[in-house]
Design a protein around this ligand. Structure first.
Ligand SMILES: Cc1ncc(C[n+]2csc(CCOP(=O)(O)OP(=O)(O)O)c2C)c(N)n1
Ligand SMILES: [Mg+2]
Length: 796
C-alpha cells in the first residue's frame, strides 16, 4: 500500500491518505450490502417498505469528508451512506428503523415512528432542551414529501449567517461558532421539479447563505425521466442563471460524475471552502448516478428502464468503479479489497440479525406472556374455552408476531370469554391496561412539548395598568410588545413581507428595524412556504423566529411546510428535535375574497402539533407572543384585521404579560344561551347580545381565544349546566372550526348531557366571502344572523 497521501488530478485542492480512501471504500461497500440485505427483509415480510441508498454511495463518502461538527444536513431517503460515513447512524440502527423498532435506543432518529431511511440525529437532550449543537454534525429530520427538505434547509443555512453577523449572538456558542457551519442539502433530480425547490433556491441566492446542495441525479423520479421533470431535461443547465459573477452575487455551481470518486472529493473540497468562508450558496449537480435495485421495494425498474439503460447503470456502478480505481492507483490489491468486502458483508449480516433480534425478542416475550394469560382465562371460560384457546394457539403459531397481534389476541380473548368471572379476566385485563401508558409513549407522546418549557406551563401574567396607561391605536400595543421581545432576547428575529422597512402592513414592527437592524427585523420576498421553512431551520438551531405571513388567506402556500414539517417535527423524532417557530398572521373579515378568510378548520386539522390562537384584541395577541417566546412549542397567532383600528389601553407590563393557551374568556355572563366564538366574531356576538336583551334573552358569551388547545378547563361545559343551550359561531365554512368546537364541548367535555335544545352552529357561507361591505354581510354571520339563530334556538 502506498504510504504518502494521494493528490488528485486537476489541482492542489484535494489530498487524502490511502487509509482514508480505503475507509471510504469500506463504508460505500458496507452501505451497498445494507441496501441489498434490507431489500430482502422487506421481501421476507419483516418490514413493510424499503427505500435505499444504493447507487449513491461514492458521492456520499466524498461529501462526508467535508462535513464538520456543527454542520447540519437537510436531505432525503437516499442518504444512508452519508449518515454511516459521518458516524451519525449505525447499520443496526438502520435496520431497527426498517423494522419500526419503537425503542429510542434502537432507532434514535424516530423511535419507530419514521419510515425507513428517514434520518435524524438527536438535537435535544432527555429533557427536551438543546444539546451543544456544535459538538457533532447533525441531521434535521427527514420527511417524505419530495422537496420538503428545501425550505428548512434555507433556514438552517440562514442561521449561520445570523450567528456570524449579529455580534449579540456571539455568546451563544452552544448553537454556533461564529456562523462557520454549513447547511448541507440533498435532493433527487426529479424533486427539483417541485415549486418549493425553486422558491428555496431563489431565496438562498437572495439571502446568500452558506448552503451546499447536492442534487443526486439518477435520471429518474421513480419511472418518469428527466425530460419530463425539468426543462431541457437537465437541472444543472437550468440553474446556470443563478451562477454568481464578479459583479453579482449568486451561486457556486458544479457538475460532477457520481461514480468518479477523486473528482467528487476535489469538487466538494473546493466548493465547501468557498461556501464556508464567503457564505455563498452552492449546488453540486451529481450526475450519472444509478439505482441498482430500482426506486424502492414497491416496484421493479425493469418495467420502465430500457435494456440499454440498465446495462449502462451496471457499467457505471459507483462502488465497482471505485474499486477499480483503487486498484489502478495501487492503493490496495484485489485481495485486500476482497478482505474488506468480506468483513463488511459479515458485519452487515450480524448487525441485521442483532437489530432483528432486539426488535423481535421483546414482542415474542409479550406474546408468550399473553398466551399464558389467555390459556388461564380459557380454563375459566366454560363453553367458550375452545374459542379462547384458539386465539392463544393462533398467536403462538405466528412466526414473527407483531405487537398488534399480541394486543388483538388479548382483547379478543376477553370478548370471547364474556361469561367468565371478573377474577378470571383480571390478570389479562391488567396486563393490557399496563401496556396503555407504554403504547401512549410509543405512539402518541411528544406531539407537543411535554417538558418544563411547554407553552401550557408558562406562568400567566395578567395585563397591568397604571395612571400612565393611555389609550393608543391597537397596533402600538403590539409594537411595544415586539420592541420588548427584541430587546430582551437577541435570538428573537422577525421577518416577512414588508416587515422590515415598512414595519409590516399594519405597523406592528414600525421603527423596529431602525432600532435593531435589518437582520433582526427584516423584509422577505413574497415566498410564504420558505418564510416558514426559513423559520423552521432557524428555530432548529436555537433562534426564536417570528415569521410573518402577511394575510391569513395566503397561509395556504405555507400550509404544506407547516403541516408536513413544522407540526410533525417533535412527534416524528420522538422528542429529538424541535422548532419553536412563531407564525404571525392576520385575518378575518375585512374586504374581498382574499382578505377576509378564516380557514381555521383547515388549520386546526392540518396543524396538530402547533398551537393556534385567535386573540380578539392586540393586548391578548401580545400575551400569546410572550407565552410562545418562553416555550418550546411552535404556534400561529391570527391577529384580527379590524381590531388594529380600535383603541386599547397600553399595559404597563407589556413585555411580561402572557395569555394562556387553552383558557377561554367569558365576555358576558348570561342565563339563557351560551354562545361560543373567537376573534372578530366576538364583537358581532356582543352586539347581538345587546339586541337580544330587548327580546328578554340573556346570552352568555365565551371567547374561546385558542383553538389548539381548546378550553382545557372545560369552562364551556360549565356554562351549559346553567344555560342548557349552545351556539357555536365562527366565520369559517359550515362544518369547519365550529364543528370542531362542538365536538370538543359535546364529546370531550361531555357537554351533551346538559343540553335541552339542539346544539347549533352559525358560520360563514360555503364560498369565499364576496367583495365589499354588502358581500361581507351576506358571506359572514351578521349581528342579525346571530339574533335570529338565538331566538330560534330559544323557541325549541
Ligand atoms: C410531494 C410528493 N409527491 C410524490 C411523492 C412520491 N415519490 C416518492 S419518491 C418520488 C420520486 C423522487 O425522485 P427523485 O427526486 O429523482 O429522487 P430519487 O428517488 O430518484 O433519488 C416520488 C414521486 C412524494 N414522496 N412526495
Ligand atoms: Mg432521481
Amino acid at each position: 500500500m502506498a504510504s504518502t497521501s494521494v493528490k488528485f488530478a486537476g489541482g492542489a485542492a484535494a489530498t487524502l491518505d490511502p487509509d482514508d480512501i480505503l475507509r471510504d471504500y469500506r463504508i460505500a461497500y458496507r452501505s451497498r450490502q445494507v441496501s441489498l440485505l434490507a431489500r430482502g427483509e422487506v421481501m421476507l415480510g419483516r418490514a413493510m417498505f424499503g427505500i435505499f441508498g444504493d447507487g449513491k454511495e461514492v458521492a456520499q463518502v466524498a461529501l462526508a469528508r467535508v462535513i464538520e461538527p456543527g454542520d447540519v444536513r437537510s436531505g432525503y431517503y437516499r442518504d444512508q451512506t452519508l449518515m454511516f460515513a459521518l458516524g451519525l447512524l449505525t447499520v443496526q440502527q438502520f435496520f431497527a428503523q426498517l423494522y419500526a423498532h419503537t425503542d429510542l435506543e434502537a432507532d434514535p432518529a424516530s423511535g419507530g415512528r419514521g419510515m425507513n431511511a428517514h434520518f435524524a440525529t438527536r438535537m435535544l437532550d432527555e429533557k427536551g432542551q438543546f444539546r451543544d449543537l456544535t459538538a457533532a454534525p447533525h441531521s434535521s429530520a427527514d420527511v417524505s414529501p419530495t422537496g420538503s427538505q428545501m425550505p428548512r434547509l434555507l433556514g438552517l443555512a440562514y442561521a449561520s449567517k445570523l450567528y456570524r453577523n449579529l455580534p449579540e449572538l456571539h455568546d451563544f456558542t452552544e448553537y454556533s461558532h461564529n456562523g462557520d457551519e454549513v447547511a448541507f442539502g440533498t435532493i433527487g433530480n426529479a424533486s427539483c421539479a417541485e415549486g418549493v425547490f425553486w422558491e428555496s433556491i431563489n431565496a438562498a441566492g437572495v439571502l446568500q447563505v452558506p448552503m451546499l446542495l447536492s442534487v443526486w441525479d439518477d435520471g429518474y423520479g421513480i419511472s418518469v425521466p428527466n425530460e419530463l421533470q425539468v426543462t431541457k431535461g437537465n437541472i444543472g443547465t437550468l440553474l446556470q442563471g443563478f451562477r454568481r459573477t464578479r459583479d453579482e452575487p449568486g451561486y457556486e455551481l458544479e457538475t460532477v460524475r457520481g461514480w468518479d470518486y477523486p473528482a467528487l472529493l476535489e469538487t466538494y473540497q473546493r466548493t465547501v471552502r468557498i461556501v464556508r468562508s464567503e457564505q455563498v450558496p452552492a449546488v453540486v449537480h451529481v450526475i450519472e448516478l444509478t439505482q441498482p435495485q430500482g426506486h424502492s421495494t414497491s416496484g421493479s425498474h425493469e418495467r420502465y428502464k430500457s435494456k440499454q439503460r440498465l446495462k449502462w447503470e451496471k457499467e457505471h456502478d459507483g462502488v465497482g468503479r471505485m474499486r477499480r480505481w483503487i486498484i489502478e492507483q495501487e492503493l490496495a490489491t484485489e485481495a485486500e479489497l476482497d478482505a474488506i468486502e468480506e468483513e463488511e458483508a459479515s458485519h452487515v449480516r450480524e448487525a441485521r440479525d442483532a437489530a432483528w433480534n432486539a426488535y423481535e425478542q421483546p414482542i415474542r416475550d409479550e406474546a408468550e406472556t399473553v398466551g399464558t394469560l389467555i390459556g388461564h382465562l380459557a380454563d375459566a371460560s366454560g363453553d367458550a374455552a375452545d374459542a379462547v384457546r384458539a386465539l392463544r394457539d393462533e398467536l403462538a403459531k405466528r412466526r414473527d408476531p407483531l405487537r398488534r397481534d399480541v394486543t388483538m389476541a388479548g382483547r379478543r380473548a376477553l370478548y370471547a370469554a364474556r361469561s367468565a368471572g371478573d377474577d378470571a379476566k383480571r390478570p389479562l385485563r391488567d396486563w393490557l391496561d399496563a401496556q396503555k401508558p407504554i403504547d401512549e409513549e410509543r405512539y402518541h407522546a411528544h406531539l407537543y412539548d411535554e417538558s418544563e418549557t411547554s407553552a401550557l406551563r408558562v406562568p400567566v401574567v395578567a395585563p397591568e395598568y397604571d395612571e400612565g396607561s393611555v389609550e393608543v391605536d391597537a397596533y402600538k400595543v403590539l409594537n411595544a410588545a415586539f420592541d420588548r421581545a427584541l430587546a430582551r432576547d437577541p435570538r428573537v428575529i422577525a421577518f416577512g413581507e414588508d416587515v422590515g422597512k415598512l414595519g409590516d402592513v399594519n405597523q406592528g414592527f414600525v421603527d423596529l428595524q431602525a432600532k435593531y437592524g435589518e437582520l433582526r427585523v427584516g423584509d422577505a420576498g413574497i415566498r410564504e412556504a420558505t418564510i416558514v421553512g426559513q423559520a423552521i431551520g432557524m428555530a432548529m438551531r436555537g433562534l426564536r423566529p417570528i415569521a410573518e405571513i402577511q394575510y391569513l388567506d395566503y397561509l395556504l402556500y405555507a400550509l404544506q411546510v407547516m403541516s408536513d414539517d413544522l407540526a410533525t417535527l417533535r412527534y416524528r423524532t420522538r422528542n429529538g428535535q424541535k422548532a419553536p417557530v412563531i407564525v404571525r398572521t392576520r385575518g378575518h373579515r375585512l374586504v374581498g375574497v382574499w382578505h377576509s378568510g378564516s380557514p381555521l378548520g383547515m388549520m386546526i386539522h392540518a396543524l396538530r402539533g402547533m398551537y393556534i390562537a385567535v386573540p380578539r384584541d392586540m393586548t391578548r395577541a401580545a400575551g400569546f407572543y410572550n407565552t410562545l417566546l418562553q416555550s418550546g412549542d411552535p404556534g400561529i397567532i391570527v391577529e384580527v384585521l379590524n381590531a388594529y383600528r380600535l383603541k386599547e389601553k397600553l399595559p404597563s407590563n407589556i413585555g411580561e404579560l402572557t395569555t394562556p393557551f387553552g383558557v377561554v374568556d367569558v365576555l358576558r355572563e348570561g342565563r339563557d344561551v351560551t354562545v361560543v366564538t373567537y376573534g372578530a366574531s366576538c364583537a358581532i356576538a356582543l352586539e347581538a347580545a345587546k339586541l337580544l336583551e330587548g327580546a328578554g334573552i340573556d346570552m352568555e358569551l365565551i371567547d374561546a381565544q385558542s383553538l389548539l388547545p381548546f378550553d382545557l378547563e372545560g369552562r364551556i361545559a360549565e356554562s351549559l349546566k346553567k344555560t342548557n343551550r349552545v351556539l357555536f359561531l365562527d366565520e369559517d365554512v359550515p362544518g369547519g372550526s365550529s364543528s370542531y368546537m362542538m365536538q370538543q364541548v359535546l364529546e370531550r367535555q361531555d357537554g351533551f348531557h346538559w343540553l335541552d335544545a339542539t346544539p347549533r352552529t352559525l358560520t360563514g357561507a360555503s364560498h369565499r366571502p364576496a367583495y365589499g361591505r354588502d358581500g361581507d354581510y351576506w358571506s359572514k354571520p351578521s349581528v342579525e344572523d346571530v339574533y335570529d339563530t338565538v331566538v330560534e334556538l330559544m323557541k325549541e
